[in-house]
Write a protein that binds this ligand. Structure first.
Ligand code: AVI
Length: 312
């Protein structure tokens, strides 16, 4: 077992303990993404009800010339949480970059996507960095003197509460430096039913994605949670402007994790994810609080999703 795995085990265990022993009944959403969870998320992005990925990809495809005009040539593109980098080629094709730096916490993902992109862009220097982008990241020396464009698609910022989002935006500014630009995706506030359907699809894939968290606890933390006694619940909170995702016990349940006994009463919910949605003014204000000045915006014709270009 390598060092990273040990650390992940340790913090996962700590977070799960806090949920049941200190009865916070909440587990951070980052633990949804083990191998199975990441596969299920890929499936979610293909669902008819899950519009964000499709809408953002179309925006990237359709606005290449406008990005090129706004960004200018020969910037180093720095992608935060690059994952499988599926949206990246659209941007790279549009803007004539000087280098591409994908940052991800998973070295496995990085190597795979970097080598795929290298095949597609043989002359582009690709310099992967394995790091936690929720802190300031040391960029490769080779891009030190290049103007930078940060790329943070997918409305990933929506999975963070406002305070964490602002902290992240400030860290991104520190990582990229004065004069940098950032292209960032925001999922917009829209009809409640459209939002709820996107997070509670008729095929039940999002439910599987949520319930996999309990399977993961059973697998990795020696648990025996009766997963079939829980259901996935997605609700819209207007006060927080977010979809909240819970796992709800459908009857009284008893189980153990790591040898410690726990009991939940029927109806008890475990809060496992938030997905915040934004009005344009909300997003601009948050970006400004994080040290970024809005420059340009691109939205689809239904105003479901917006890409914002901002400047440090
Ligand atoms: C990764 N993130 C932007 C997704 C979202 O839409 O909040 C995660 C997700 N959870 C359930 N469905 C999608």
């Amino acid at each position: 077992m390598d060092m990273t795995t040990t650390l992940v085990d340790h913090t996962f265990r700590k977070d799960v303990r806090r949920c049941f022993e200190r009865q916070t009944f909440a587990i951070p959403a980052r633990w949804l993404y083990d191998r199975r969870g990441s596969e299920l998320f890929e499936e979610i992005t293909e669902l008819p009800e899950y519009y964000p990925t499709r809408t953002e990809t179309k925006l990237l495809e359709a606005n290449g010339d406008a990005f090129a005009a706004a960004v200018g040539p020969k910037r180093a593109v720095i992608e935060f949480g690059s994952g499988s980098s599926t949206k990246t080629p659209h941007l790279l094709k549009a803007i004539d970059p000087a280098a591409y730096v994908p940052i991800d916490i998973s070295g496995e993902f990085l190597e795979h996507s970097a080598s795929q992109l290298q095949d597609e862009f043989p002359d582009l220097p690709i310099l992967p960095v394995e790091a936690d982008f929720m802190k300031r990241v040391e960029l490769p020396e080779a891009v030190a003197d290049m103007p930078k464009l940060g790329f943070f698609p997918g409305s990933t910022i929506g999975n963070m509460i406002a305070r964490t989002s602002v902290d992240l935006l400030r860290f991104m500014r520190e990582t990229l430096g004065e004069g940098a630009q950032l292209l960032i995706g925001f999922d917009r506030i829209k009809d409640e039913q459209i939002l709820v359907n996107a997070y509670d699809d008729s095929a039940g894939v999002t439910a599987q994605f949520s319930l996999n968290l309990l399977d993961r606890i059973n697998r990795e933390l020696d648990g025996n949670i009766p997963v079939d006694k829980f259901r996935h619940v997605a609700v819209w909170s207007d006060i927080y402007a977010r979809i909240e995702i819970y796992l709800e016990a459908q009857e009284d349940v008893e189980f153990s994790i790591d040898g410690a006994a726990h009991a939940l009463v029927e109806g008890q919910r475990l809060h496992i994810e938030n997905s915040h949605k934004y009005g344009l003014r909300d997003a601009r204000l948050m970006l400004r609080a994080g040290g970024w000045t809005p420059l340009h915006e691109w939205s689809d014709e239904r105003d479901y999703f917006t890409l914002m270009l901002v400047e440090a």
